[in-house]
Design a protein around this ligand. Structure first.
Ligand code: G1P
Length: 302
């Protein structure tokens, strides 16, 4: 068996306009809206770093420079905080990106779909395996002590098997048409388990879908995907779809569906974003107690 290269690069596509979150996102990238005290994208970057990623590749567009600034040093702010002795907050902004991690950004010149956004990073990926992390999706960290997060588990399974890993989650039938859907044949899939994929289909009609297992925004993929993306024609919605390239890859390579054990929140829509703030707030060391008693108080009113 050829040696399996470790996954060290993660592509985070951030070129979307965030129209589902307007008016909040008229001037602010949706990825910078805070969930508790950090922008949503910082949670995703921390999830990547926890899994051993050391190169974050942002695929971005004009008008979203604030995302790059968030991950850059801020000399004036740091000097002020240092002068005022605000050490804790200074450490929190200095440590957003640890020294061993690099953030690279490049542009997607036209909004031609997720597959096209990923393809824009092909020169940075070269012949390395890579992760794709969709920043709207916030994966709740595992609260069980010593337990790996789902994304770390996927990276570990890549290391063990060399099979690409696609995170999936069961969704209600009426939501199937919004997602890429996994076909795992007659297999059943328990949480935290993997099963070989036989096909993938982007946004099928409910009656044509092979299962209710939706692709939820975390992928670990071999480098060959880039070559396939170059040849992928526009699919669902007239866009170049990552799902279509992965379905093509399945003709020659193995991919596994990984069923997540945690919970996700879609921060790209208003209700999902509110829920994410409450769920993360209830886990936050400084905010949990106050938030819990506030929610209890509200519950008593009804
Ligand atoms: C994208 C993918 C889709 C996936 C979804 C998860 O779709 O194309 O396969 O299920 O993200 O959020 P989008 O939401 O960008 O339309």
């Amino acid at each position: 068996m050829p040696t399996i290269q470790p996954v060290k690069k993660a592509i985070i596509p951030v070129a979307g306009l965030g129209t589902r979150m307007l008016p909040a996102t008229k001037a602010i990238p949706k990825e910078l809206l805070p969930v508790t005290d950090k922008p949503v994208i910082q949670h995703v970057v921390e999830e990547a770093i926890a899994a051993g990623i050391n190169e974050i590749i942002l695929v971005t567009r004009s008008g979203k420079e604030a995302i790059e600034n968030h991950f850059d040093a801020h000399f004036e702010l740091e000097t002020q905080l240092e002068r005022k002795g605000k050490d804790i907050v200074l450490t929190s902004i200095k440590n957003i990106i640890p020294p061993h991690v690099q953030v690279i950004s490049l542009r997607q010149p036209e909004a031609l779909g997720l597959g096209h956004a990923i393809l824009c990073a092909r020169r940075v990926i070269g012949d390395h395996p890579f992760a794709v992390m969709l920043p709207d999706v916030l994966v709740m960290p595992s609260s069980a002590p010593g337990q790996l997060n789902d994304f770390s588990n996927m990276v570990k399974r890549w290391d063990e098997t060399g099979h690409g890993q696609i995170m999936v989650e069961a969704v209600p039938d009426e939501e199937i048409h919004q997602y890429g859907i996994a076909d795992i044949g007659a297999e059943t899939l328990g949480v935290g388990q993997t099963a070989p994929l036989s096909a993938m289909v982007e946004k099928p009609k409910r009656e044509e879908a092979p299962s209710n297992l939706a692709v939820v925004g975390r992928y670990v993929l071999p480098a060959q995907v880039m070559q396939l993306l170059k040849e992928t024609k526009p699919g669902a919605g007239g866009e170049i779809q990552l799902t279509d390239a992965l379905d093509e890859l399945l003709k020659t390579d193995s991919l596994d569906a990984y069923r997540m054990a945690s919970i996700t929140h879609d921060c790209g829509n208003k209700l999902g974003y509110l829920k994410a703030n409450i769920a993360m707030g209830l886990e936050h060391p400084e905010l949990a107690t106050g938030l819990k008693s506030y929610i209890k108080g509200l519950a008593q009113i009804d």
